[in-house]
Design a protein around this ligand. Sequence first.
Ligand SMILES: *Cc1c(COP(=O)(O)O)cnc(C)c1O
Length: 376
Amino acid sequence: MRIYLSRPHMSGYEEQRVAEAFSSNYVAPLGPQLDAFEASVRDYLGHDVHCIGLSSGSAALHLALRIAGVGPGDEVWISSMTFAGGIFPVNYLGAVPRFFDLDRENWTIDTRHVAEELAKAAVENRLPKAIVPTDLYGQSVDLSALEALATHYGVRLIVDSAESLGASIGGRKAGTGGDAAVLSFNGNKIITTSGGGMLVTRHKHWADQARFLATQARDPAPHYEHSTYGYNYRLSNICAAIGLGQMQVLEARVARRREIFTRYQRTLDRPGITFMPEPSNRLSSRWLTALAIDPETTGLTREDIRLMLLEHQIESRPLWKPMHMQPLYAGAPYHGSGFDERLFANGLCLPSGSDMTDEQQDEVIERVAVLLDMGR
Ligand SMILES: *Cc1c(COP(=O)(O)O)cnc(C)c1O
């Protein structure tokens, strides 16, 4: 591949931070770099939150669901269009998902469907244990609507902000919502620790529980004493050191991803091409540039474009396949009008890495534009 969808983009600060960790021999999971990385994310979020560095975003979601009390047979309500790591922890706990469609105005969970279904479930005494909406492709979900619903029905809200560090809604930063939010620092995310995640929560009790469960649930005792089971889920201090270097350039990375999106939108805007919207009170990090291609209007499918780009070693990817369409979740309940199904059929993410050069983006634009103008 010559041009990637989204690659790790080092700033040059990371090596220094890793070297500091090495020279002090803090090569074990915990250490001063991890403390500093957690503090740095907390300062960035600028909110009264606790941050716990973990080995992945999936681990963060697993812990959040467990702390929320999710167990075998419980329902977890979740955006159908999401990535595996944003739902598999529901399976780890033996819980069952109920899926929700996206809102066409913002491409995040449709809160009207959630509200309707909560009202019904309350009457029928089958409320979920938790709701897990996904901040899709860098766009925050409607936090105030979801928080109001969660509070009203006494349901836990865990926001999957793995794709949206750097985004905000109504001035509130993504990652500060709900009872807890999940961040990911996987290699393809807006910043990376080479693999890692974070649980962000405003409840001190949740933070304490997360730290306890993430380090093998060791009760206070000189020997190893366990009243419950835990996990080995802490972020390594070395990886946290990489994250410290990355945090120095987070704002710049968001600005660059937004610039890339705007350039695609300006140059590829045509009848039948719909870019992911950005409602007026939301600032998307534009983690990935997502768009939909209407085959009737353009005479092309998203596969025509993807395969053409692939021939030139340019990576693009269909939008996430909705989970209610996956064999694993066949038969699971789904609420919506199939907007996410149509987005999956027609949607494509274009190369969006912050390290992509203008020349590389010009090439992508040129190739897509030629095909679109031929198609019509
Ligand atoms: C990346 C991602 C995750 C999981 O993150 P990992 O760090 O890869 O475990 C969860 N949810 C969504 C929506 C993601 O994009």
